[in-house]
Design a protein. Structure first.
Length: 304
């Protein structure tokens, strides 16, 4: 399939209207299987010995279950690190299942550090063509990537949010690329979206590093009327499908109570300076050894 056929003008209009777009079968079976294989290998290879057992939590600052914000998380931008499901621990504080079934997500530099993920992200002509045709950014930079595992029975809910809250630039410019590596259904935690909410609901807060350490939220403007449950539209999809996610669209996924995993690979882009400003309050910071990856200058192909 040529990418011209992938992102027709009609699909671009649909994305602008809804704030998300499904592109069926964007990845080939071979690419999907390659990413699944690498994900499983990385899960097997990581060492529990010196792991701080960081759990991935997404609560607010004053919740009992605050958002993850320890050093292991805050310095993961240029590494591949592993964050556990809250329910993977027994009362004794030890894992209650094999580690490969205990990890919520791994991230955040798969796109730079792992050849299989790099090939799909930074060295992918079709993806570059989509970014050009969508014309969302003048100079897109990939800044984070992860595999979300949604483990059987315990795969955590991702509560309603928009991505520019967590990847805040001025002006907001986040764009998510989310690839289903397995079938996503109502049972195993498919994503739900509020169509058009990117046009009506502003970014009201941003996720920041707190001066006293850890992470929290900075309020940017008054709270806004949040959508009701019935406003969400479930988007089921097949392995290989790509979902484009506008940084302002409200979305979520439910807990995976089924016996099946729901592996997904996702990465995000933002607009580069001087078109948008990324500041030091953000949890994710580029490092001298790994600045954010410019999509169009990534060494990959002659056509970019
Ligand atoms: O994969 C999921 O369940 C949630 C993903 C998500 O919300 C995101 O990538 O912004």
């Amino acid at each position: 399939m040529s990418s011209y056929e992938i992102l027709t003008p009609g699909r671009v209009e649909q994305f602008k209207r809804d704030g998300y777009l499904v592109i069926p079968k964007f990845l080939s079976d071979e690419q999907v299987n390659g990413l699944l294989k690498r994900s499983k290998e990385l899960l097997q290879e990581f060492d529990l010995e010196d792991h701080p057992m960081t759990r991935f939590t997404t609560g607010e600052e004053n919740d009992e279950k605050k958002h993850v914000g320890d050093d292991y998380f805050l310095t993961s931008g240029d590494k591949i690190r592993f964050f556990f499901e809250v329910d993977a621990f027994g009362p004794d504080g030890k894992l209650n299942r094999p580690k490969g079934l205990s990890v919520n997500k791994m991230g955040h530099a798969l796109h730079e550090l792992d050849p299989a993920f790099r090939a799909v992200t930074l060295q992918n002509d079709q993806l570059k063509k989509i970014a050009r045709d969508l014309n969302f950014h003048k100079d897109p930079a990939v800044l984070q990537s992860m595999v979300i595992f949604k483990q059987p029975s315990i795969g955590g809910e991702v509560s309603e949010h928009n991505d520019s809250t967590f990847l805040y630039s001025d002006p907001p410019s986040a764009l998510g690329f989310w690839f289903a590596l397995e079938k996503c259904t109502a049972e195993n935690g498919a994503l739900g979206f509020v169509p058009g909410s990117h046009l009506t609901i502003p970014i009201t807060k941003r996720f920041v590093r707190l001066p006293k350490g850890g992470t929290g939220f900075e309020q940017l403007r008054d709270l806004y009327q949040l959508p009701s449950k019935g406003d969400y539209k479930l988007v089921t999809c097949d392995a290989g499908d790509l979902l484009l996610i506008h940084g302002s669209v409200m979305h979520k996924s439910e807990k995976n109570l089924s016996l099946k995993t729901r592996y997904a690979y996702t990465f995000h882009m933002i607009e580069s300076a001087p078109h948008a400003k990324w500041d030091e309050k953000n949890w994710l910071q580029p490092t001298s050894s790994m600045p954010f990856s410019k999509l169009f200058s990534a060494s990959s192909d002659a056509s970019s």
